[in-house]
Design a protein around this ligand. Structure first.
Ligand SMILES: [Cu+2]
Length: 140
């Protein structure tokens, strides 16, 4: 029997095991972020796009925040961030339930969506929410 065959056999076995594992449980393991769904959220003066963000409970997401403005904005969702499971490496970018972005900056936050519900979001910079920087996250 040729030795060259073994790696291919082993490779198939590993692939089969991975496929089984991926369908076995609905809850992803804490560091399986490669399958996180990308959601891009753009900040500008003075709105969030989209302003209504729909997520699925228990799903891992990569929230990609982009500040298109020249001035600073933030994405404040205190209750949302408190209840979501944040990837530890990204936790430092959230302070007081807010992600602060200077002009032109982009930030990625990986998290697992919390319990179903509606979570308010807004920009806490002076007058910005009054000017339209509000929105909501709906977790289904
Ligand atoms: Cu703002």
């Amino acid at each position: 029997m040729s030795h060259a065959r073994w790696p291919a056999v082993l490779g198939s076995a590993v692939l089969a095991a991975l496929m089984l594992a991926s369908t076995a449980g609905a809850q992803p393991v804490a560091d399986s972020w490669s399958g996180a769904r990308l959601v891009t959220i753009q900040l500008s003066s003075f709105r969030f796009e989209p302003a209504d963000i729909v997520l699925e409970h228990g799903q891992p997401y990569r929230l990609h925040f982009v500040n298109n403005a020249s001035g600073g904005h933030d994405f404040a969702g205190k209750e949302f961030f408190a209840q979501a499971r944040i990837r530890p490496e990204d936790a430092a970018r959230i302070s007081g339930g807010r992600v602060e972005l200077s002009g032109g900056e982009s930030v990625d936050i990986h998290l697992i969506a919390p319990s179903p519900g509606r979570y308010k979001i807004r920009c806490t910079h002076f007058m910005h929410s009054m000017l339209g920087m509000t929105g909501r996250i709906v977790v289904q």
